[in-house]
Design a protein around this ligand. Structure first.
Ligand code: PLP
Length: 469
């Protein structure tokens, strides 16, 4: 403690020496009885000198009565709001016994699951039921309610979004020699699932305005080997489903929707995931609805529903135990995870509204940044949802400045996905990639949460955001 202590009769020069030594920018001032009577920072001394005090002026001349300190036993949580970098802790006799240092800067991660609904309740219920594997009521309830929410007949839950995509491809009997069209701008899981099924992915370019897969490019890429299209509703933006479904119909192709980032988004007032032969969702921890890890395949087809259930469960016959007609997988979701998902689904409307508020906030406070562009939210027939908030800034240098400024404020940001066609392992599957390459490096995702607890914090941080030179 000694390195922090000055006496109130000391000079400003002496106080500066103490501060200089402790390197914490602050000194605790005690009286003749060793009781705390003030806290002086290097800033206080600087202001005093500018105010015509001299280096040999006494500290007690510049001391204020309302300095901040804490009693031993005080709750730190209550003090945090008002505390300085370094706060002395005293006993009831005002003798300094310790200090605490406020190092923890408020940090805003890119996102965080919101688990303050019935998650814990249902989770405990599932746990206590002892059905902690894939048997149990929550799996059925979650599948039923989620498929109903999207307006599909069946829901087949899976261990994650990637296994959902793989399961969909397997159920549609897509195999070696088949071509599957995927967009260049997506998370790698989309193309990996195609490769896991031993089919050949065909990477096509995105639309300039929506950043979703381009129907024109799909059309050009279709060959006699093409079996399916996987449109990805990227960053919550619905794909042009009319054009895609039309192409699929004309060319006799399957459509597997990748809805991992777009729970609740709509095209022509119908939810995404209600269009394809099978649609796949992810419930990973950073998605709009989460089960920790998890996924689901939705379909209207009795046949595909049955087939996916068998394939997800080791290929085991549903009528004859331990009899296998197909080489299956273990892709099941657990009852515990489903319990969390079931609770998440109860509040999805509120969650979507809350997330949208973050987006509106960013749109209004960041509009002063020259050249900043937000994701299109006015495209015909398309009602996007807010997953994270994507923005683009064409100038790479200014993008770096923006990232660093956000970082300085404790705000995490993420770059866009690299286009698949840029990566060595996927390059050879490229059909077209002009727009996706142009967009690459220009995009940044901003933090969004499912509840509003951080909305004003972030607004306050950004409100003084000046333009970036
Ligand atoms: C997250 C994501 C996936 C994969 O989901 P996991 O649950 O992480 O396996 C697939 N596609 C897209 C577009 C995603 O964002």
């Amino acid at each position: 403690m000694k390195k922090f202590i000055s006496n109130k009769e000391d000079t400003l020069l002496k106080a500066m020496e103490v501060i200089n030594k402790n390197q914490h920018g602050v000194t605790f001032v005690v009286d003749i009885n060793n009781k705390l009577c003030g806290v002086i920072t290097d800033g206080d001394i600087r202001r005093a000198l500018l105010d015509n005090y001299k280096l040999d002026s006494k500290i007690n001349k510049i001391m204020k009565d309302d300095f901040i300190f804490a009693y031993e036993g005080d709750s730190i949580k209550e003090k945090l709001d008002m505390c300085n970098r370094i706060t002395p802790i005293v006993n009831r006799k005002m003798e300094i016994i310790d200090y605490f240092e406020y190092k923890h800067r408020l940090h805003f991660p890119i996102t965080e699951p919101d688990l303050i609904g019935n998650e814990y309740k249902y989770l405990t219920d599932a746990f206590l039921s002892s059905f902690i594997s894939s048997g149990g009521e929550y799996v059925n309830k979650f599948e039923r309610n989620f498929s109903k929410y999207i307006s599909k007949k069946y829901g087949v839950s899976t261990s994650n979004g990637t296994t959902a995509l793989h399961l969909a491809l397997l159920a549609l009997d897509i195999k070696e020699g088949d071509e599957v069209i995927v967009p260049d701008l997506t998370f790698a899981a989309t193309i990996n699932a195609v490769l896991h099924a031993k089919a050949t992915p065909v990477i096509v370019d995105i639309e300039k305005d929506s950043w979703c897969i381009s129907p024109d490019e799909i059309q050009k890429a279709i060959t006699l080997k093409t079996k399916a299209i996987i449109p990805v509703h990227i960053y919550g933006q619905p794909c042009d489903m009319d054009s895609i479904m039309n192409l699929a119909k004309i060319n006799n192709l399957y459509v597997i929707e990748d809805c991992a980032e777009a729970h609740g988004a709509k095209y022509k007032n119908k939810k995404v995931g209600s269009f394809g032969d099978i649609s796949c969702f992810s419930f990973f921890g950073n998605k709009i609805l989460t089960t920790g890890e998890g996924g689901m395949c939705l379909t209207d087809s009795d046949f595909l529903n049955e087939r996916m259930r068998v394939l997800r469960d080791h290929g085991m016959s549903k009528s004859k135990k331990y009899w296998h007609d197909m080489i299956g997988y273990n892709y099941r979701l657990t009852n515990i995870q489903a319990a969390v998902g079931f609770a998440q689904l109860e509040k999805i409307e509120l969650v979507l509204k809350n997330r949208e508020k973050y987006e509106s906030m960013y749109r209004s406070v960041l509009k002063c940044v020259n050249g900043i562009k937000f994701q299109e939210n006015n495209l015909k027939h398309r009602k996007k949802v807010t997953w994270l908030v994507p923005v683009i800034l064409e100038d790479e240098k200014r993008m770096k400045v923006l990232v660093n400024k956000l970082k300085g404020l404790g705000l995490e940001s993420r770059p866009f996905f690299y286009p698949l066609s840029m990566m060595e392992i996927y390059k050879k599957y490229t059909f077209s990639n002009k727009e996706s390459l142009r967009l690459s490096g220009m995009g940044l995702l901003l933090p969004v949460y499912s509840n509003l607890s951080r909305l004003d914090n972030i607004r306050m941080k950004l409100i003084n955001f000046n333009n970036i030179k």
